[in-house]
Design a protein around this ligand. Structure first.
Ligand SMILES: [Zn+2]
Length: 415
């Protein structure tokens, strides 16, 4: 594992001094930023693409925390190949602050990277590597704060909540959140450190991913009465999905989002084996992103009718035919809270009190919220650089995140 941070000569002086009048705790920020970059180099070196295990990274974080006297708890996935990590620092109090981050990253395959994606490289004020923006920098900053969190002096706890499989439908977080709540904690706020350039986000869309498998019966393409083409059945269902996507553009708009409607798109279609064979199978996936005030069940009602119609039609064709609908991921939206404590606390930790915004991407924030924890998204880096080749984060963003963490340290020690 490579852990070197490469620096060009220009950027070698380290973090820029804070010139603004420091708020309480700001004096720690330069040291926090430097330490976060060292930790980030370690985190980036673990290839935690969602298809792979994240256990090596988890073990590193466990060891780091143990080195600072913090006991962390793993919450494993079903086959033990991945784990969430949960740690509480400070008193067994309500009013805690959850710092939440996902450890997985999206694949680099097929992307034209000009550098090794799993080696952190500094160049012209930017740090390059897969996960720098989305979202290992926030995890690195949270870990960099740990040595400054002194449990016997803390007046409210900090909960570190690091998940797996966020990028493939926020699959790991529910067990992590359940464990946190089952331990009896009642946090005042969860801050999900997705890249927002340290702006506060109080709403995101919900995600509903489905796979549909249509099974027909093969026959020569000229003998359409001898079999049934799964592709032809799928087209009927797909056309209904197309109509849903179109009608959502005009109904139930929410101007806080871009685009301001619930979106539906068919991501993959695989059907049939040859032009002259009635297709035995057609498999497709679709992705619905709902604005918070639009229920997915209502959006998808015409889809379920189409599925039932197809099933009725196939019944006459034999028992081997049918339509299967498999939910892949269901992520609740993050709804704007009236006087939410997370938004208030985040505003105290951020530099500017700009009004909180909304994002169209899904995240784990809605999952914390439905567990009864006030939640916002706020983290360093930009979503524009996420998921791309040559993903990077501006060092200035790490520094802004370090100022956030230094204020959080002060807040958790304040009387
Ligand atoms: Zn992310």
């Amino acid at each position: 594992m490579r852990v070197t941070v490469f620096r060009d000569t220009e950027a070698a002086e380290g973090p820029r001094p804070v010139t603004r009048a420091p708020k309480n705790g700001d004096n720690l920020a330069p040291a926090l930023a430097a330490s976060a970059i060292e930790i980030l180099a370690r985190l980036i070196a673990f290839d935690t693409t969602s298809s792979a295990t994240n256990l090596a990274l988890i073990e590193y974080v466990e060891n780091y925390l143990a080195g600072h006297g913090v006991v962390a708890r793993r919450i494993n996935n079903a086959d033990g190949s991945k784990a969430n990590l949960l740690a509480t620092i400070g008193p067994a109090e309500a009013r805690g602050l959850v710092l939440s981050g996902h450890t997985d990253v999206v694949p680099v395959e097929g992307q034209p990277w000009s550098r090794d994606p799993f080696t952190l490289v500094e160049d012209q004020g930017r740090l390059y590597g897969r996960g720098t923006a989305d979202m290992k920098s926030f995890i690195a900053l949270a870990l960099a704060a740990v040595p400054y969190l002194t449990p016997r002096k803390m007046t409210r706890p900090v909960h570190l909540a690091f998940s797996y499989d966020e990028e493939i439908g926020c699959l790991g977080a529910p067990d992590l959140i359940n464990a946190l709540v089952a331990e009896g904690h009642r946090p005042a706020a969860a801050i999900v450190g997705e890249p927002t350039e340290m702006a506060i986000i109080n709403s995101h869309k919900g995600i509903h991913l489905y796979e549909v498998v249509v099974t027909g019966r093969e026959a020569h393409s000229s003998l359409v009465h001898e079999g049934v083409s799964a592709n032809m059945i799928a087209i009927d269902i797909l056309s209904v999905l197309g109509r849903i996507a179109e009608s959502e553009r005009t109904g139930h708009r929410n101007a806080r989002f871009d685009p301001p409607w619930s979106t539906l798109t068919v991501g993959t279609i695989h059907g049939g084996t040859a032009a002259n064979i009635l297709a035995r199978e057609c498999r497709f996936t679709f992705d619905l992103r709902t604005v918070p005030d639009r229920e997915a069940d209502a959006v998808l009602a015409p889809f379920w009718v189409a599925v039932e119609t197809a099933r009725t039609r196939l019944k006459a064709e034999g028992a081997e035919t049918g339509v299967e609908v498999n939910p892949i991921a269901q992520v609740p939206p993050l709804r704007r809270e009236e006087d939410g404590s997370a938004e208030q606390l985040a505003a105290m930790l951020c530099e500017e009190a700009a009004p909180a915004g909304a994002v169209s991407y899904g995240a784990e924030a809605g999952q914390f919220q439905i567990a009864g924890i006030s939640t916002v998204i706020c983290g360093p880096g930009s979503i524009v650089q996420a998921h791309r080749p040559d993903e990077y984060i501006e060092i200035a963003q790490i520094e802004a995140g370090a100022r956030f963490m230094s204020r959080l340290i002060a807040m958790t020690h304040a009387a």
